[in-house]
Write a protein that binds this ligand. Sequence first.
Ligand code: ZN
Ligand code: ZN
Length: 266
Amino acid sequence: MITTSLHNHCNLCDGKNTPEEMIAAAVKAGITDFGFSSHSYACFDMGASVKNEREYIERIKSVIKNNDLPVNLYLGAEEDLFCPVAFREEYDYIIGSVHYVKQGGRIYGVDISAEVLSRCIEESFSSDPAAFYRAYFENVAECARRKPDILGHFDLIRLCGGGIIDFSSHDYIDAAIACIDECLKYDVIAEVNYGGMARGKTLSPYPDEFLLKRIREKNGRVIVSTDCHDVNLIAFGLDEGEKYLKSLGFTSVTVMENGKLVQQPL
Ligand SMILES: [Zn+2]
Ligand SMILES: [Zn+2]
């Protein structure tokens, strides 16, 4: 099993459990390198984000300092494109993610519900799903240009977009591939994210398989993430992700080792 897990949400943002509960569960599950990645402060989405970045940093630093369990702990952040962190130099790593599109003065969460996604496309994209996913992918490319260490859930729009967007159309596939090619220019580590599967909403991790194959062809790096919000799913996808990447022909995966993101053979 992959024993690095860096994409985790505790109750300092929208996770269910305390940092201490998550660490205990991680150790029990055999995780050796565990990081917290709370959502960066978003004044327009306080339910999901940290309430105060400084307090988040100090709380996790204190948890790390006082930890006596056999696990290496890290302070990370899941930085939304529209909500840059204020203290980037203090984090061990940054996961760059896109959770919103902005259009016509409005902002929409892309992972809230099918209803919100439909309303967004209708109100702000003239009922054209292609215009919506182009805007979304432009945000993802912009996110990669900021060079986060890890690029989060590349095609998060799959979570609620089934039946709204034709994910098998040539146009969608071409737009997604053009975007991943652009992102890889910035040497980001692409996340293989099991958050949608953990919610029972997607049948495969993000990004879709054709995109993972593209990443492999381009010799891009990948890391497996649980996107955990609940201790009951603390290691969800780590074992499966390793097997999946092998089956797709990947020969290595990124892990955290002594505070550094390094390649581990598969
Ligand atoms: Zn996210
Ligand atoms: Zn997340």
